[in-house]
Design a protein around this ligand. Structure first.
Ligand SMILES: Cc1ncc(COP(=O)(O)O)c(C=O)c1O
Length: 403
């Protein structure tokens, strides 16, 4: 009766079943996997957020496959404030980064075409790929005092069916940014083989070093590039369902619109061709709603207050973590350049899942085992750096005392 692509194993895994039982029994729990910013005790500018949702302009329907111009201008301003020029014509608004991924997968891939994804990385890719009939092929990230792309392995992973390389910048959960030299190399590899770069920058604003301003892929012109981000992380507003996709590529000047490009040259630049195709997909769904689009400029303005609190939390938890790690010898943490997670290296005396189960059962602490993020070997736990300072300190103390 159903498509094979939905033949998922829907049984809950041992850890989720144990967590559900733990919660149902009302036992105390320190959740070190929290990722929902609206549940982490941050103060939001409620008046500004709720006020922005009452714009009378929402009473009119003005369908636009790319999204309302005022919202796209606010997104372009967000990039301008980081020194990147992005034309509003190259921006498509979507209801989530996941929706942006699905538009990109549909535009690039026929059934069973391949996309390269980093390993370790974020678990949602598997489902997105299943739904779009795309095959994911991993390229490893290697750790040597810090994370980096294994370019030799990445090139080896390319086949005639490869359509693009996904880069998460900074990656979740490793928290490393793609460096300028890595961006250059990606452009070289993808440009030469007509592969697309798909850059997920949802955590771009969350660099641990206070003055770091990592460059964005938005406007990248070394290869066809789709850059995506959204309000769920940048503004801490996942419930508002607002994200975007930016198309750029070779031969496209920053001020030129796709319409100008198509009329001024016989052969359209590849980015303009991509935009035209994305536009058809976006026009088919027209999934953005008016009140949220109208509110995007105000939501983006309030990001600074949210980001300040969040980074204070992340930095505070990292200081606490290092303080506790310094008192013992069994565990270490891996370098974190950005994002909301830390990876702890633990003795691989049992599977990470068994360790997570034990921590839950005997200490009431919930952490993600490395395999949840596709770590290839045992010995890794992932903890959230946006957990409350008190919970984080207590949870880590209890966790480390197990070794
Ligand atoms: C790397 C990464 N990309 C995308 C998303 C999803 O973002 P959205 O809420 O916009 O779909 C997440 C969510 O955790 C993420 O970690």
């Amino acid at each position: 009766m159903f498509a094979k692509r939905t033949n998922w194993n829907l049984e809950s895994n041992r850890l989720s079943a144990a967590l559900a039982a733990h919660r149902a029994a009302g036992k105390p729990l320190i959740d070190l996997t929290v990722s929902n910013p609206t549940e982490c005790g941050f103060r939001y500018d409620e008046e500004a957020i709720l006020g922005a949702l009452q714009n009378p302009a929402a009473l009119k329907y003005e369908p636009n496959p790319r999204g309302l111009a005022t919202a796209r201008s606010a997104v372009a301003r967000y990039y301008a404030e980081r020194g990147a020029q992005v034309s509003v014509d190259n921006i498509f608004l979507t209801t989530s980064t996941s929706e942006a991924y699905s538009f990109v997968f549909r535009t690039l891939c026929d059934s069973q075409d391949e996309l390269l994804i980093p390993q370790p990385s974020y678990p949602l890719f598997e489902f997105l790929a299943d739904i779009q009939d795309v095959r994911l092929v991993r390229y490893p990230l290697i750790y040597d005092y810090g994370w980096q792309i294994d370019f030799h392995a990445l090139e080896q992973a390319i086949t005639p069916r490869t359509r693009g390389v996904i880069v998460v910048h900074p990656n979740n959960p490793t928290g490393h940014f793609c460096k300028l030299e890595e961006m250059r190399k990606l452009n070289e590899i993808c440009g030469a083989r007509e592969l697309t770069i798909v850059a997920d920058e949802v955590f771009l604003d969350f660099a641990v070093k206070p003055d770091a301003e990592p460059p964005t892929f938005a406007g990248n012109s070394g290869a066809l590039t789709f850059t995506m981000s959204g309000l769920s992380k940048i503004c801490g507003l996942p419930q508002m369902k607002a994200a975007w996709l930016i198309v750029s590529g070779p031969g496209q000047s920053k001020s030129e619109t796709s319409a100008e490009l198509s009329s001024s040259s016989g052969t359209q630049a590849v980015a303009a061709q991509a935009s035209a195709r994305i536009e058809v997909i976006a026009d088919t769904f027209l999934s953005m709603n008016a009140p949220i689009q109208l509110a995007i400029p105000s939501f983006l303005v309030q990001r600074r207050g949210f980001q300040k609190q969040l980074m204070e939390r992340v930095r505070g938890n990292l200081v606490e973590l290092d303080h506790q790690l310094a008192k013992q010898k069994s565990c270490t943490r891996m370098a974190v350049e950005g994002g909301w997670n830390a990876v702890i290296r633990v003795p691989a005396t049992r599977s990470d899942e068994d360790l997570a189960l034990e921590l839950l059962a005997i200490r009431g602490i919930y952490v993600h085992p490395g395999h949840f993020y596709d770590f290839a070997t045992q010995g890794y736990l992932v903890v959230s750096l946006i957990a409350g300072l008190h919970d984080f300190a207590k949870g880590m103390e209890s966790l480390l005392s197990l070794f």
